[in-house]
Design a protein around this ligand. Sequence first.
Ligand code: DQA
Length: 146
Amino acid sequence: SCVLVLNGPNLNLLGKREPEVYGKLTLADINRLVAEKAASLGLSVDFEQTNHEGVLIDRIQQAVGHYSCIILNAAAYTHYSIAIRDAIAAVAVPVIEVHLSNIYKREEFRHHSVISAVTYGQISGFGADSYLLALEGAARMIHGGK
Ligand code: DQA
């Protein structure tokens, strides 16, 4: 099985972007950890980061038939992109929503995710480990799940 790890806007700046909120690891560091864990779980994994909403939508649509699961950090789009929500709802590929920070203990405008209701589940607040926990969840889901 193959999993797509899809990251949205500003996540290319991880490591130097508000490290007190998002941690010191770069996206390349996180992806390396995810790739190692994927290998140990017997999963293959692809990675993509884009700052563009339409590219996120294209990747979600193109995942059909190629990926068993998408691990998605839609970043700020989480809070207002109905277009990304609709793309997730349109495809049969399950999406696991991840956030490095705990969005519920931050600014009010981050408390609502417009995508959660169409995702398989959400992991928020574990820093880089959010991705590793999501991958663990993906493996369990792929092998029969909840
Ligand atoms: C984020 C949380 C979002 O509110 C924010 O806009 C991000 C990152 C996170 O991973 O904690 O860019 O998705």
